[in-house]
Ligand binder design. Sequence first.
Ligand code: ATP
Length: 809
Amino acid sequence: MTARFDETLFRPQPFLELENQGQRLRLDLEKLEHRLGRGREWADLDVPIGWEVVSRKQATLRKEGEDYRIFDGDGSTPSRNGIFLDRVRINPTEGCVLRDGIQLEIGLSPHNRITLTYYHPGDRPVSLPSNRRLGLRNLKQWPVQIGRALRTDDYSSMELDAPTVSRLHATIYPDGKGGHVLQDLSTNGTFVDGQRISKRFQLRNGNRINIGPFTLAYSPDSLELLDSGSQIRLDVDRLTRKVKIKGGAEKAILNDISLVIEPGQLVALVGGSGAGKSTLMKSLLGIERVSSGTVYLNGDNLRQNWALYRSQIGYVPQDDIVHPDLRVEEVIAYACKLRLPPDTDVRQIVETTLEQIKLTHVRTNFIRNLSGGQRKRVSIGVELLADPKLFFLDEPTSGLDPGLDKEMMRLLRELADQGRTVVLVTHATANIEVCDRITFMGRGGKLCYFGPPKEALSFFDMPSEDLKYFSDIYIKLDQGGAPAQVVQTVNNWSQRYHQSPQYQKYVTRQLKPGEESKFKTDDRIHTGISPLKQLWLLSKRYLQLVLRDRSSIIFSLVSGPIAIALTAWILKDETPLNKLDPAEITQGPLALKLLFIFSCIGIWVGLSSSVREIVKEAAIYARERLINLGLFSYLGSKVLIRSGLVILQTLLVTATVLIGFKAPEYNLMPWALGLGVTTFLTLFASVSLSLMISAAVKNENEANSILPLIMIPQIILSGVLFELKGISAKLGWLTISRWSMGAYGSLIDVNDMIPSKTPGAPSFDDIFTASSVYDATWKNLGLNWGILLLHSAVYLIVALILQKRKDIV
Ligand SMILES: Nc1ncnc2c1ncn2[C@@H]1O[C@H](COP(=O)(O)OP(=O)(O)OP(=O)(O)O)[C@@H](O)[C@H]1O
């Protein structure tokens, strides 16, 4: 027995499909207005005898564009049992726009309700379940399999088709006591009552199970699909965000904002610069904390259910979230592997996505060679992979020419027409007419208008409803010039809007705040794929990026050897690493100078090659982290690939030193080995330090500017140029150079280069004295190496903490 939850059908005409306990009824829609009810005296669409849930005057449908709007009851008086969208009753006077595939319910009683599904005309495939209930009593084959693509000849099953659902996501089997146990087999997780379950979970009557976008209700008798997550409605209730300003006072940057965004709507957030559009968008998608107010998604408090909804929300921030040095198809393939279950057919998804964003013809181009509009499309494509039903875009048209702007708005319209709820921030309003709603924000985060674009013109007293006057609204809201006057103007418009019929019509009467959830979902980020797999994928991607940045890699490999070769050429007549016989007083200082050059080369090469590596992809990191990026995997990939480079740099530096300078006598260990290990540890500690800096700075310029500031103390506090005593010696412990010099010095036993004192001869103490820093003992060498490793560990831990602090939720 298989209850398929995805059937692709081609329907030429719009129609309603009503389902009552397995009995189906198809009602074709042809007229401008239809009435659905029991009995023919009022209704032209009537239902069979026995369908008592349906009232005599259940619903009115009026044609709106290509689709219909449905009203509960006769358009003014609501029906007895009501019509519900995702368990929220639809408004009898405002109704709800029907879009292809939308599912409503008549009545809410689980044993006695009717599902009403609307199919849109045209040749678009429709994905909808044909059976919403699987009886668990008297099943012959166990376990029940739940998943995306099941091979189920021998089992009962429920097929849930969404990219974020694994092929075999979970199973249910009897516990032998009349109940059932749910077993999670997925990568993206199975949630019961908002909590992610560990492998096995004893189900209780009334448990709500979330798998990908689907919500199922469990009872010992049945497993029932409550919601296929195909439509998302947003109810925004009195959102306020206050921030602290100078002097400790508070300032509102979002001011009591209420909105209602219905499934399938395209909504633009517009307004002057600094009006609070981005803040509003981030609050709507749950990544900006608010001081008060709530965002409800299909009646669920978004913040309380963030873990459930995060995979259903697509977000394209203002900055590009794709690596410029990857090819278009590579970007999509990596995103697919990082975001979707491992059993996904990556090749097929790449093809479909490329077609969807219309970039098949540039699939092998590097992102950096694409136009601004094409790059934005790739970012959109990456977000579309998980097939989100709620889509946010921050200025997707910024920097695009008018043609591309129009094309982008058309693409967004298409996405909304496919049932997604799309919200964008935009400054370009030339194509604003494609939006269903606009939200006009005024300075101080005030809502000055929310409603259809054309009505905005009459609301703001424009000469006509011609959208060419749209930009004049900005001028109107900025009237007064002086900040205080602008604030007053905005306040006036905001007040006027809150008293307007538009506010009543589009907000007050529509708003359905949901109920507060009894449960708060686990906010922790669960990686969809194992940390090791993620580490492997991220390292592969990072290696590809590093190898493609040819000039940087070449400079980082050759600059050390070139500096050493130059020094060798200058000192070609000397043997600075070897003790002379008889010893000369200049020998020790010369050897230290040379070792200091080795040390500085290691530190500089390490620092300069990695200091941009984290900050340059901050936007990509922030986006990927919101989905499932693991911190250890992310930083681990950087450390892994950079360590590979450090090994190469070490080999080249060591080889150049061995060629350029006569090796010292065998002391604690062979010179080549000691030199290699010390150079590696110096480079590795410097790379770790630079990754920490990269995690701390705001942008690449800051990273570059800070480098000298980091390098100077390494020189001054190394103990080579000046003798360090007291606090300065202790400060020297904080540098890499001090420990690197200690290791190099003990390897060649620099203390032994001082000529022995002859009685009566002048003292050389003011030129060179032996130091315990360079003691040629295993203990001292081990200490220097150990502390270089400790430096690396501390820097990487701080980098990890800094990255963690960037988490917004
Ligand atoms: N965390 C914060 N602390 C203090 N002020 C903030 C904070 N975040 C935003 N603001 C301020 O709130 C106001 C609204 O910012 P927001 O970025 O939302 O505006 P916007 O309408 O998107 O602007 P633009 O169109 O220029 O991108 C700005 O004045 C901004 O400086």
